[in-house]
Design a protein around this ligand. Structure first.
Ligand code: ACO
Length: 326
């Protein structure tokens, strides 16, 4: 729907599924890169550079924008799973034809099919996170695309923006917070301490929403169904306590739970290690990034905001402070 602008009929869906199955596989150049980098690079950097390599390989054939988008979306989870297994000293697992996108990701990570409820939760996560209008990374993708660069390069730029903890880098910190709090009875003192130090509570707040992020309600329900009850109880206590304390601190500005809070709990429950949370977000968001790129290029104009210069004027060489070069 995001790429073509309409929901597929059965035939179109089946064609897309077949293409995903065919295109999940990675070229040897990417596997070779991941073998070399698996000990040194962080997961998101390895993913980003793999996307760059794929772009370099694909540009010779110049497929259509949507073809590139489908191929890249199909391969993202394969890159992450391959990197993860190599890092652990395990053989990469070839995607299994016939498995859906989320199911294949879990299969490639663990070398065995995921439990149906885990596949359903990850599939829902992929759907919920696929697009979200002009968040920072999508905006970056559109700006890059507006220069008429290729799809892969625009996605490489988007991944750079996703990486930061104020955007897609947040869920690992949510997970670390839950681990650090440990028990529900610790939640209030832990959170008060952080707020007194002017730290941000990860998984809370949104640049646009001034209320609960509606995606978080669905993720919370998925979490309730699949996580260990004690973890779910801890997460809901932290959610309620953080909301209360943030209201105390900012009565004028509602700060509520965002999509990252329960994402981290759901991703943990389906067996994704925390260091792959942001990569998994990138796998989901590739659909939205590329759909925005397609849309941008349908009626493109280069983004070029103007800026007002407010710095010093009339400087001369003599005015340069001693010890600095012009
Ligand atoms: N914890 C504590 N205080 C907060 C939080 C938070 N999570 N979010 C905002 N505030 C406070 C700020 O400290 C600031 O207070 P001050 O005026 O006393 O200095 C005030 O609210 C306004 O902060 P801004 O950064 O201007 O608010 P904005 O709406 O621009 O921020 C953001 C949005 C960046 C997401 C912020 O809420 C935040 O840092 N959240 C934590 C990180 C996070 O969860 N990111 C994921 C976002 S969802 C996504 O990208 C998919």
């Amino acid at each position: 729907m995001l790429w073509y602008g309409h929901l597929p009929n059965r035939q179109e869906l089946s064609t897309l599924e077949t293409r995903f199955s065919r295109e999940h596989v990675l070229p040897n150049q990417v596997i070779g890169f991941l073998k070399g980098e698996s000990k040194v690079a962080d997961p998101l950097s390895a993913l980003q550079t793999s996307v760059s390599i794929l772009g370099g390989l694909g540009s010779r054939n110049e497929p259509s924008l949507i073809d590139s988008s489908i191929g890249l979306t199909a391969r993202m989870p394969t890159i992450v799973a391959t990197y993860h297994r190599l890092r652990k000293g395990q053989e990469p697992v070839t995607p299994r034809p016939g498995l859906g996108h989320a199911a294949n990701y879990l299969y490639m990570l663990n070398a065995k099919p995921g439990r149906p409820e885990h596949v359903h939760a990850l599939d829902s996560y992929f759907t919920l996170l696929a697009d979200h209008s002009l968040n920072a990374s999508t905006f970056v993708a559109r700006i890059a695309a507006s220069t008429l660069t290729d799809v892969h390069s625009a996605v490489v730029a988007a991944i750079s923006a996703l990486k930061g903890p104020l955007h897609g880098g947040a869920p690992i910190y949510v997970w670390e917070m839950l681990q650090s709090i440990g028990k529900s009875e610790n939640a209030e003192s832990w959170l008060r301490d952080r707020l007194q130090k002017h730290d941000r509570i990860m998984g809370f707040g949104h640049r646009v929403y001034r209320t609960e992020d509606p995606r978080s309600r669905i993720l919370k329900e998925l979490a309730r169904q699949i996580v260990d009850p004690s973890l779910f109880e801890l997460a809901t206590t932290v959610e309620d306590t953080a909301r209360k304390l943030l209201r105390e601190q900012h009565p004028e500005r509602p700060i509520d739970v965002n999509v990252e809070f329960y994402s981290s709990v759901v991703l943990h429950a389906v067996g994704i290690p925390p260091e792959l949370f942001t990569c998994t977000f990138a796998c989901a968001r590739t659909v939205g990034w590329t759909a925005h790129i397609v849309e941008q290029l349908q009626d493109n104009r280069l983004f070029r905001p103007d800026a007002e210069y407010v710095g010093p004027e009339g400087l001369t060489l003599e005015a340069t402070p001693p010890g600095t070069s012009a």
